[in-house]
Design a protein around this ligand. Structure first.
Ligand code: GLC
Length: 755
């Protein structure tokens, strides 16, 4: 064929950008091909287009499937399915994998996936609780135990960690989130990947992690799940992206797109996000999976006219694998024939998936090794789950050092979550078992604590007050009331947003009635989010936020109530007084009229008939003011600490310098205790306004009573950087404030200049 110059030019242009500017990445060509790349390319060269499209299909099933349909087996046999979700019968896993490796055209093994979010059988605290531990080892333990238990059932891919920054507790999925802070979320992201994947994806106990949901899912309008996220690009890069970058840096091989649109474009079809940001800038070379039907839902969004266009948009945006919907399977062949999708784009997507299958060792070892027993519910696993529940629990109030209790205290154990083995496991615990879950009642009885148990309300939304009298009587005959309430598991998690965050049902009335007995009350809250307690907190002398603590809730709560262990948690989210304040977060901007205690006028103190004035002219609510119930980073221990002044070794630093920051910490209480010392900065003046505080470091310190220690941090130029209006990561010269304290409300600070 004679190549005319114009035709050659056209070919060069098309090759350079692809027929439709498809989202292919130079990433892979930028690094030298590995042995796995060579295997991938060899296999790819032998596959038919039909087989390639088959690899892009993640077929959903139900873990309650009782039969394996022949149609499903035949689809595997023909190479039309690349991965399965929720096949929870290991016989089915073996049967499907046998068909795939022995009967399909090129014997490409399947990946089996599951949402193993905070435990498989041994359930750990919900992720928001794990975030409250601020402890990487706790998160590594939780995800490693999850992987050991789940991989023994053939699960080699988990849809976790969820890394959505969440600033609105109305959003049900805040329960699954790492909280509101990008730095803390990034530290935890790295730990999740390390735990799920271990030292190598090739290890049979490794589960490929999936950083989700990309991106901005937690910014849902009004905290209503699946709703619109409008995020300017600098905010996207300064707040929402960092945890994903941390996960990729730690080796996460898959990413899941979010249901929501970001600035008008559904994430599953957003080429800017999936190619420009994820592939080119973040150098991602794993594969991207959609969320459940999120490709199809681009029709609902009003972004795709029909399933065929949805497939075209998603593939050309760079979405590798379609979860549960089947637009790829139905339309890609046609789209390629019509020239709307390049086969080279399909090759790019399939290569990403095959690469991960090779990395997981599935070609060499497609079946569950016989020696893998998962150590399900082993003492080691249960001990780690109990430790996590203790390290995650946040002591919010402890008047008169009511806690810890003496062992001989006579307790009235009251409330709808004192003995609910299933509810205390929390959201996203498909495989957790109530039979293995130890409740507070069970643990206290096991320890022969003197108690009278009156559940009073049989579930968290129960409004039946008929047992109140019995509860009050038990309280009157006891030394201390231990109320355990909060939310059933179903009241948080996916699609479970709430407009009011009060205790559901008649729980508040019950607490008010119990308070009339004059007995001290310990309130233990189990919930998937901060609960607004401003109308009842005065009735509780001590308040312990346990989140949903998991399988070992009971032993953990027993040990904390009686001082065998100290609650170790610090709030990973700001705790609101009322849901009307939301979204509410500590790392907010200062605005032109920041709150001013001197100028604030509380609504009830406004004179009747007051002359029209702007009542303080600052950014607040007339009724609830401007402060949270409890600040980000807050949490008490069983002792008290004092902080010395913050010392820095320079008042001016330049690029390349490190700033030594130190503070003297003293345990001034009467028992050994643990503190999370937190360091915050503020870039006082910048080309883009910066938050009033940003967490940049923290340290866990254990100190005997009466002991002191110098806590030292080092700050570098990179710690001061942010993404500016030109999307450049910069550290701008100027004044920086710096604080070191027990939580984000600390005023223990100093300042320095970066030149
Ligand atoms: C769900 C969730 C996602 C989960 C997926 C598979 O709808 O949004 O987090 O991993 O479907 O269960």
């Amino acid at each position: 064929m004679k190549w005319s110059v114009p035709l050659l030019l056209l070919l060069v242009v098309l090759m350079a950008f692809g027929i439709r500017g498809c989202a292919t990445s130079e990433t892979h060509s930028m690094r030298p091909p590995s042995k796995i790349d060579q295997k991938v390319n060899q296999l790819l060269s032998e596959m038919t287009l039909e087989e390639k499209i088959g690899q892009l299909n993640l077929r959903g099933t139900s873990s309650r499937t009782k039969v394996l349909p022949d149609s499903l087996k035949q689809a595997v046999r023909e190479g039309h399915i690349g991965a399965f979700l929720n096949v929870m019968n290991s016989d089915y896993v073996k049967e499907l994998q046998t068909i795939a490796v022995e009967e399909s055209p090129h014997g490409i093994p399947l990946i089996f996936a599951r949402d193993v979010i905070h435990g498989f059988k041994t359930i750990f605290p919900i992720p928001l609780g794990l975030a409250a531990s601020w402890d990487q080892q706790v998160v590594v333990d939780a995800s490693r135990v999850s992987a050991v238990e789940a991989s023994a059932q053939g699960i080699r891919w988990t849809f976790a960690p969820m890394l959505d920054i969440s600033r609105d507790a109305r959003w049900g999925r805040i329960a699954e989130s790492p909280g509101e802070d990008p730095y803390l979320a990034s530290v935890l992201a790295q730990a999740y990947i390390q735990g799920f994947q271990g030292d190598s994806l090739n290890d049979p106990t490794a589960m490929a992690a999936c950083a989700k949901h990309f991106i901005g899912y937690g910014a849902a309008l009004g905290g209503r799940d699946y709703n619109t996220a409008t995020i300017d690009e600098a905010q996207l890069r300064n707040v929402y992206l960092p945890p994903f970058q941390a996960a990729l840096n730690a080796g996460a091989p898959t990413v899941m797109t979010s249901f929501n649109e970001v600035n008008g474009v559904p994430a599953s079809g957003d080429e800017f996000l999936l190619d420009q940001v994820l592939r080119k800038e973040m150098q991602f070379d794993g594969f991207v999976v959609s969320d459940w039907n999120s490709v199809l839902e681009m029709i609902n969004h009003g972004f795709a006219a029909d399933q065929k266009q949805a497939a075209e948009l998603a593939v050309n945006a760079g979405l590798d694998m379609e979860m549960t919907s089947r637009t790829y399977e139905s339309y890609l062949m046609t789209l390629i024939e019509e020239g709307k999708v390049n086969e080279s784009q399909i090759d790019f997507l399939v290569a990403n998936i095959l690469r991960v299958k090779f990395q997981l060792g599935l070609f060499e070892r497609p079946f569950i090794p016989a020696h893998l027993d998962g150590k399900i519910y082993s003492q080691e696993h249960l001990q780690k789950a109990k430790n996590a529940a203790i390290k995650s629990s946040v002591l919010l109030k402890n008047n008169n050092q009511l806690l810890p209790l003496e062992k001989n205290t006579k307790i009235a154990l009251i409330g709808p979550l004192a003995h609910q083995a299933r509810e205390q496991l929390g959201t996203w615990t498909f495989d957790g078992e109530a039979e293995a879950s130890i409740t507070p009642l069970m643990a206290l009885e096991e320890q022969n604590i003197s108690l009278t148990f009156v559940e009073t309300l049989s579930y968290s939304r129960d409004k039946d007050k008929s047992a109140f009298t019995k509860a009050v009587k038990a309280a009157q005959e006891s030394d201390v009331i231990v109320f355990i309430g909060g939310e059933e598991a179903i009241l948080s998690g996916e699609a479970h947003s709430r407009a009011s965050l009060n205790l559901p049902g008649a729980q508040e009335d019950l607490i008010s009635e119990l308070a009339k007995t004059g007995k001290p009350i310990v309130g233990v809250i189990m919930a998937g989010r901060p609960i607004t307690i401003n109308t009842i907190k005065q009735h509780m002398d001590a308040i312990l936020m346990a989140w949903h603590p998991g399988t070992m809730s009971g032993p953990a709560i027993y040990e904390m109530l009686f001082g065998l262990a100290e609650p170790g948690g610090r709030l990973p989210v700001t705790w609101p007084k009322t849901s009307g304040q939301l979204p509410l977060f500590y790392n907010h901007k200062n605005t032109g009229r920041p709150v001013n205690p001197e100028k604030f006028v509380q609504m009830d103190s406004i004179p009747v008939g007051a002359w029209q004035s702007s009542l303080g002219n600052t950014s607040h609510y007339l009724d609830v003011g401007y402060e949270p119930e409890f600040p980000f980073g807050y949490g008490l221990g069983y002792s008290r600490f004092s902080y010395g002044k913050v010392h820095i070794d320079k008042t001016v630093i330049k690029a390349g310098d490190s700033l030594r920051v130190s503070v003297e910490l003293t345990n001034i209480g009467d028992r050994k205790s643990h503190e999370v010392v937190q360091l915050y900065i503020r870039d006082q003046t910048a080309s883009l306004t910066r938050p009033v505080k940003e967490l940049k470091a923290f340290q866990h310190i254990d100190l005997d009573q009466g002991s002191s220690t110098e806590v030292v941090f080092w700050l570098k130029k990179e710690d001061l950087a942010f993404v500016n209006r030109n999307m450049e990561k910069v550290t701008e010269p100027g004044l920086f404030n710096l604080w070191v304290g027990a939580d984000s409300s600390t005023s223990n600070g100093t300042s320095f200049t970066y030149e």
